[in-house]
Design a protein around this ligand. Structure first.
Ligand SMILES: [Zn+2]
Length: 368
C-alpha cells in the first residue's frame, strides 16, 4: 500500500530525491575526508619507512630500543591509530523498502490518524494479550539522525528497526588503510511497523475479537454462574463437549436439577446443533425461560453469528436450520404456544423478550 501511494504522490517522490541528494552530498564529503585522511596516513607511513628505530645503550652498555623517543615507531603508532567513520546510506538499496520508508516519513496526517485509531481499537479492545518481540527495536525512523530534517509528525504506529544502524556498531569507524568502497555501507536498518507502546504489529498473531467485551455477567449467587463456558463460549470454541456435560453431573450446584443443568449446557454444544435443539427446549418444561441465565443463554445463542461456513454458503455454520421448513415451523409453533401461555402474566417480561428475539431471528434469517 505504501509503495502504491508513493508511486502516485509527487511530493513523496520529491522527498526521496531530496534524501538521496543529501546522501550523495554526504558521500562526497566522506570521499574528501577519506582522501585527506588516507594521504595523511600514507605520509606518516612513508616518513616512518625512511627512518630507523632509535637505539640507545643502557647502563650495562647493551643496545636497547628507546620506544618513547623513537620517531619511526611514533609515526607508525599515529598511523595505526588513525580511524575514519564509515558512511551509512540513508535509504535501503531495496526499492520497495526505500519507498515505504519515504512514505512513513511523509505519511499523510489523515492516514496516520486512521491507522493509529484502528490499531488502538485492535490492541486495547480486541487483543487483550500482546506478543512482545524477542528483538526489541533499536530505533525508529524518526529517531534516525539523517532523517531528522524530514520528520513532520510522529504517529503512534511507525517504522522501527530491529537491527542497529552501522553508526551504532563497531563498524562505525575503521582503521586505515581502507578503500572507499568499504567506507560507504548500505543501510543496516531492517524496518517493521512498531506500535510506540513497544509491540511490533506483525507479531500480534492473536485473532482480534470483541467477544470478551460482550460477555454476559451473572450474579455469583445464581446456580448458573458456574456454567459461564456454556453461556459465553470463547471465540472459535463450541462451548463444552458432551463428555464434559456428563462429567459435570457429579458437581451440580445447589438450586439446580441435573436435568436443568444438562439442558442448559447442551444448548451450546456444537454450532450445528444449537438451533435444532431449541424447539425441543421450547416444548419442554425443564428450562425456565424467565430465568435470567436461561434468557441470556438463548439470546446469546440467537444473536451470536458464530463461524462462517467454509463450504461457501452465505449463512453461518449455525444457521443451516433456517433452510429447513419443518424445523422453522416447529420453532414457530413452539414459540406461539409459549407466547400464548405467558400472555396474561406480567412477570414474564424476560421470557417474552427472549421469544421475540427468536422470532426476529427467524424472520431475518429464513428465506422459506
Ligand atoms: Zn622504533
Amino acid at each position: 500500500m505504501q509503495v502504491r501511494v508513493f508511486d502516485q504522490t509527487e511530493e513523496m517522490q520529491d522527498l526521496r530525491d531530496e534524501i538521496e541528494a543529501d546522501d550523495e552530498e554526504a558521500q562526497e564529503e566522506k570521499k574528501e575526508e577519506w582522501l585527506e585522511t588516507s594521504t595523511e596516513y600514507e605520509q606518516h607511513i612513508a616518513q616512518a619507512s625512511k627512518m630507523t628505530c632509535l637505539y640507545e645503550r643502557d647502563m650495562d652498555d647493551v643496545l636497547v630500543h628507546d620506544a618513547k623517543s623513537c620517531t619511526e615507531c611514533y609515526l607508525e603508532r599515529v598511523a595505526r591509530r588513525m580511524r575514519i567513520q564509515v558512511h551509512e546510506r540513508y535509504l535501503s538499496d531495496d526499492d520497495t523498502l526505500a519507498k515505504a520508508t519515504v512514505f512513513e516519513l511523509a505519511i499523510p496526517e489523515a492516514f496516520a490518524a486512521w491507522r493509529d485509531a484502528t490499531w488502538v481499537i485492535l490492541r486495547d479492545m480486541m487483543r487483550p494479550q500482546q506478543v512482545f518481540s524477542d528483538k526489541p527495536p533499536h530505533l525508529t525512523i524518526h529517531e534516525y539522525p539523517p532523517f531528522a530534517d524530514y520528520v513532520e509528525h510522529v504517529p503512534k504506529v511507525l517504522l522501527a528497526s530491529k537491527t542497529k544502524s552501522f553508526m551504532k556498531t563497531h563498524y562505525a569507524s575503521t582503521s586505515l588503510p581502507v578503500t572507499l568502497e568499504k567506507l560507504i555501507l548500505p543501510s543496516g536498518l531492517k524496518y517493521a511497523l512498531l506500535d510506540t507502546s513497544g509491540y511490533f504489529t506483525a507479531r500480534q498473531i492473536h485473532t482480534p475479537s470483541l467477544s470478551e467485551l460482550v460477555k454476559p455477567k451473572l450474579s455469583s449467587k445464581s446456580p448458573f454462574s458456574s456454567l459461564t463456558a456454556s453461556l459465553h463460549p470463547k471465540s472459535g470454541v463450541t462451548g463444552i463437549t458432551s463428555n464434559e456435560v456428563i462429567a459435570w453431573q457429579t458437581s451440580v450446584p445447589r438450586g439446580m436439577s441435573v436435568l436443568e443443568g444438562w439442558s442448559f449446557q447442551e444448548l451450546r454444544i456444537g454450532h450445528n446443533l444449537q438451533w435444532p435443539r431449541l424447539p425441543r427446549e421450547l416444548t419442554s418444561p425443564v428450562l425456565n425461560f424467565a430465568n435470567e441465565a436461561v434468557s441470556l443463554l438463548v439470546r446469546q445463542l440467537a444473536l451470536q453469528a458464530g463461524p462462517k461456513d467454509c463450504a461457501g454458503s452465505l449463512r453461518r455454520v449455525a444457521h443451516w436450520p433456517f433452510e429447513d421448513r419443518e424445523l422453522c415451523n416447529a420453532m414457530l409453533t413452539a414459540l406461539a404456544r409459549r407466547v400464548t401461555a405467558v400472555s396474561s402474566n406480567y412477570r414474564e417480561c424476560d421470557s417474552v423478550e427472549t421469544y421475540l428475539t427468536l422470532i426476529l431471528r427467524l424472520i431475518t434469517l429464513t428465506t422459506i
